[in-house]
Design a protein around this ligand. Structure first.
Ligand SMILES: Cc1cc2nc3c(=O)[nH]c(=O)nc-3n(C[C@H](O)[C@H](O)[C@H](O)COP(=O)(O)OP(=O)(O)OC[C@H]3O[C@@H](n4cnc5c(N)ncnc54)[C@H](O)[C@@H]3O)c2cc1C
Length: 315
């Protein structure tokens, strides 16, 4: 497989990478997708707010995407990329099993890792009772008793956001507190209960979230918890290649333009690796746009090569 003359290697075969691949293979480009099969929403049994796929298991969407890419000759290889290097006007990519591949251009679509607060029981319920995105999981717990586990100054707004889904919102201060008097008044004015004290553990019964226990020993009954994890983009390739970065309040991400171009010519990036807030639909759109725009750039290069070759023949 490594002798193929790949035009584009896509690192990461989640919804962003596969969408870019589909556009490129339908443009008759030779595309290799390398994927370590650990998409961010793998913990969820169903996804929501994805038009035409609402309620579908996320892994089913990706299996269908792989089939669609393969139908047009794209290759999806299992594996983890461990090194990415610029070589001879293109790029070399090395997998953990030592195999290397080269291509004219790269799309990085490796997603991000959600780093949850270290609280007993929280991680086990991530994706089934503990969530981040109300548009993905809010409707299913509508009118329920929803805890907001504070992790930073934005958590009071997360509580206000969830208030759209339920009148029973409990803001768990944990070690964060309520950052401003104004934020506190907003919570009180919208009937959001504020619970002080650190959370010791998340409680569940038969895999179903039932509440939290504070370090004081008090129990708070809940139907669901929303929290804001720390976002850690899986962007080692972009760091190694020296792509410019932008600092956001929610973390440091490689900078891309609206089409997904990074500051490194020939290197593109889409999805959660550069945009923590992108759901599946946005990520699919970003992948499709990057695939199309990258194809335009490859055509511009192809023209240049053809014009140079023609000039040499005519000399
Ligand atoms: C609990 C939870 C529930 C969610 N529910 C919804 C929902 O209902 N609706 C919705 O729209 N969005 C939902 N999301 C958001 C959704 O997960 C993201 O929008 C989506 O996964 C982003 O796609 P991506 O392609 O950018 O990254 P990912 O889906 O994370 O895919 C990245 C891929 O790259 C691979 N990879 C990483 N590093 C390497 C490497 N070095 N080499 C090779 N491969 C690599 C990974 O294994 C993975 O397969 C949810 C998120 C979470 C956390």
């Amino acid at each position: 497989m490594n002798n193929e003359n790949w035009e584009v290697i896509i690192i990461g075969g989640g919804s962003g990478g596969l969408s870019a691949a589909l556009t490129l293979v339908r443009a008759r480009r030779r595309v290799l997708v390398i994927d370590s099969s650990s998409p961010r929403n793998r913990v969820s049994s169903h996804m929501h707010a994805v038009l035409g796929h609402d309620g579908k298991p996320p892994l089913q969407l990706l299996a269908e995407g792989r089939e669609e890419v393969a139908r047009y000759g794209g290759v999806v290889r299992s594996g983890a990329v461990v090194a990415t290097t610029a070589v001879n006007g293109g790029f070399s990519v090395e997998c953990s099993d030592g195999e290397t591949f080269t291509a004219r251009a790269l799309i990085i679509a490796t997603g991000l890792e959600d780093q949850l607060p270290e609280i007993e029981g929280l991680g086990e319920l991530w994706g089934s009772g503990v969530a981040v995105c109300p548009y993905c999981d809010g409707y299913e717990v509508g009118d329920g008793r929803i805890g907001i586990l504070a992790t930073g100054p934005g958590s009071t707004f997360q509580a206000q956001l969830l208030r759209q889904w339920s009148p029973q919102i409990v803001y768990l201060e944990n070690e964060v507190g309520v950052p401003t008097v104004e934020a506190g008044s907003g919570l009180a004015a919208r009937g959001i209960e504020v619970v002080s004290g650190a959370v010791a553990r998340v409680l569940s019964s038969n895999g179903q979230l039932t509440g939290v226990e504070l370090t004081s020993g008090a129990h708070i009954s809940l139907d669901a918890i929303f929290t804001a994890p720390r976002f850690a983009p899986r962007d080692e390739p972009l760091r190694k290649l020296g792509a410019d970065r932008t600092e956001f309040p929610w973390g440091s991400f490689a900078t891309v333009d609206a089409a997904g171009r990074t500051s490194v010519p020939g290197v593109w990036a889409v999805g959660n690796v550069v945009d923590a807030n992108a759901g599946v639909s946005v990520t699919i759109g970003a992948g499709a746009l990057a695939g199309g725009m990258l194809n335009h750039e490859l055509i511009l290069e192809d023209i240049q090569v053809a014009v140079t070759a023609m000039a040499e023949v005519n000399e």
